[in-house]
Design a protein around this ligand. Structure first.
Ligand SMILES: [Zn+2]
Length: 379
C-alpha cells in the first residue's frame, strides 16, 4: 500500500441560486487574478520589484476587499488560490526562460470571453462533505449541491476544483489522499516512439494506431460552425449552436482520454522501466501543417498519465533528451545512417552491418538503450 493523491470528478447540478453564486465566484477569481497581474507588472515597471504570493494575498485582503466589497461574498480560498495560481504562472515563466525555452509565454490576463470557468477551494474544518446516500456534495458558501456520485473514495480531501464547461455542465473534482495498492513488480523494460499515424511503436514491435478523434468529428464540427456563421451573434440560436459545438469538443476529449488511460495503464502494468522521447511539443505546434494533428494526438496528456501512474506503482518512467537522433542509429551495431533522416524512408538496411530495420521499431530500440544509459541501468 502506498499513499497517493488521486482525482475524483463528479457532475453536479446546482440550483438557480447556486448557479448565481458560482458565476460570482468565477468572476471574482478572474478579477483578483487580473488585478494582481496588473499590480505585479506595474510594480516591476516602476520599481523593478517583485512581490511574493503572500504579499499578493495580503494586498487582496487589505486593499482589494476594502475597495470592492463584493469580493467578500465569495469563498475566500478561491481568491487565495487564484493569486497562488498567478504566482505559479510567474515562477513557471521564469524557470522556462532560464532553461532557454523562448516559447514560454508571459502570464496573460484572463478574458471574460474564455468559456472555461473554474476555481479551487481548500478543505478545512469539514467545510466540504460528500453524502453518498443522498447524492449530494457540500461546498463552502454553497451548502448542499445535488451530485451524481458514481464512485466512492476513502481518504482525506485536500482541495476541490469547481468548474463549468462551455456546454454549461458543472463539475467538482476532488484531490484526495488515498491508499493505493501498488502493482506487482516485473522485469520488463519498454521503449517506445510516439507518432501521428501510429500513436506508439514499441520495442516489442507493437504498433498502436492513433484514433485521430478530432479528425473523425471534423466534418460535423465544420458544418456546425458554418451554420453558426450565418446566425446573428449573441442571439439565442447562436448560443444554442455554441453549446452543440462545445458538446462535440467535450466528446472528442472524452474519447481521447479514455483511449489514453487504457493504454497508459496497460503499459505501466506490463513494464517496470518505461522510456520515451521528450518531445518539444511547443516547437512542433508552430508548424501549422502539423499543429492540428499534434493537438489531436495529445502526447503531452499521455506522457503525464505515464508519469503519475508509474509513480503510484513504484515504476520508472523516463524521457530521454529531445535532441537524441533516435531514428538514424542502427540499433544493432550503433552506426549512424544519416540518409535515414528523410521521414518517407520506412524501412532501411544498415550500411555497416546489413541489419534490416523498420524505421519506428528501430527508433524505439534506440530510445530504450539511450534511456537505460541515462538512468545508469545495465542490461
Ligand atoms: Zn548496423
Amino acid at each position: 500500500m502506498k499513499i497517493v493523491i488521486k482525482g475524483f470528478k463528479y457532475r453536479i447540478y446546482p440550483t438557480q441560486d447556486q448557479k448565481i453564486q458560482l458565476a460570482k465566484t468565477f468572476g471574482c477569481v478572474r478579477f483578483v487574478y487580473n488585478q494582481l497581474l496588473a499590480k505585479r507588472i506595474d510594480l516591476y515597471k516602476t520599481e523593478q520589484k517583485s512581490i511574493s504570493k503572500t504579499d499578493c494575498n495580503n494586498y487582496c485582503n487589505r486593499e482589494l476587499k476594502k475597495q470592492y466589497l463584493w469580493l467578500k461574498e465569495v469563498d475566500k480560498f478561491a481568491l487565495t488560490n487564484s493569486i497562488y495560481d498567478l504566482d505559479s504562472a510567474y515562477q513557471n515563466f521564469f524557470r522556462e526562460i532560464k532553461k532557454g525555452n523562448k516559447n514560454q509565454g508571459f502570464p496573460k490576463f484572463k478574458s471574460k470571453r474564455d468559456h472555461h470557468y473554474s476555481y479551487k477551494t481548500n478543505f478545512t474544518n469539514n467545510n466540504i462533505k460528500v453524502d453518498y446516500e443522498n447524492n449530494r456534495i457540500q461546498l463552502p458558501k454553497l451548502k448542499w449541491i445535488k451530485a451524481k456520485l458514481h464512485r466512492e473514495f476513502k481518504g482525506k480531501i485536500l482541495f476541490a476544483t469547481i468548474s463549468k464547461t462551455p456546454s454549461n455542465k458543472y463539475f467538482v473534482s476532488f484531490n484526495v489522499e488515498v491508499e493505493h495498492e501498488v502493482l506487482l513488480e516485473n522485469s520488463n523494460m519498454l521503449g517506445f516512439d510516439l507518432g501521428i499515424k501510429e500513436f506508439i511503436i514499441d520495442t516489442n514491435g507493437t504498433h498502436v494506431d492513433n484514433p485521430r478523434v478530432l479528425k473523425q468529428y471534423e466534418e460535423k464540427l465544420t458544418k456546425l460552425q458554418r451554420q453558426q456563421a450565418k446566425m446573428v451573434k449573441g442571439s439565442n440560436n447562436f448560443k444554442k449552436q455554441s453549446i452543440k459545438i462545445a458538446r462535440i469538443h467535450e466528446k472528442i476529449t472524452n474519447i481521447r482520454h479514455d483511449f489514453q488511460h487504457k493504454l497508459s495503464s496497460k503499459i505501466v502494468n506490463d513494464n517496470q522501466v518505461i522510456i520515451s522521447e521528450d518531445l518539444m511539443i511547443a516547437n512542433m505546434v508552430k508548424n501549422h501543417k502539423l499543429a492540428k494533428a499534434i493537438q489531436d494526438v495529445s502526447w503531452g496528456e499521455f506522457t503525464k498519465q505515464l508519469k503519475y501512474k508509474s509513480e503510484w506503482n513504484c515504476k520508472i518512467y523516463h524521457k530521454i533528451s529531445p535532441w537524441f537522433a533516435s531514428s538514424q542509429i542502427c540499433s544493432d551495431c550503433g552506426h549512424k545512417n544519416k540518409e535515414v533522416k528523410c521521414l518517407s524512408i520506412r524501412e532501411w538496411v544498415c550500411t555497416e552491418c546489413g541489419a534490416v530495420h523498420q524505421r519506428d521499431e528501430n527508433a524505439s530500440k534506440n530510445i530504450l538503450k539511450e534511456g537505460l544509459r541515462e538512468l545508469g541501468i545495465a542490461i
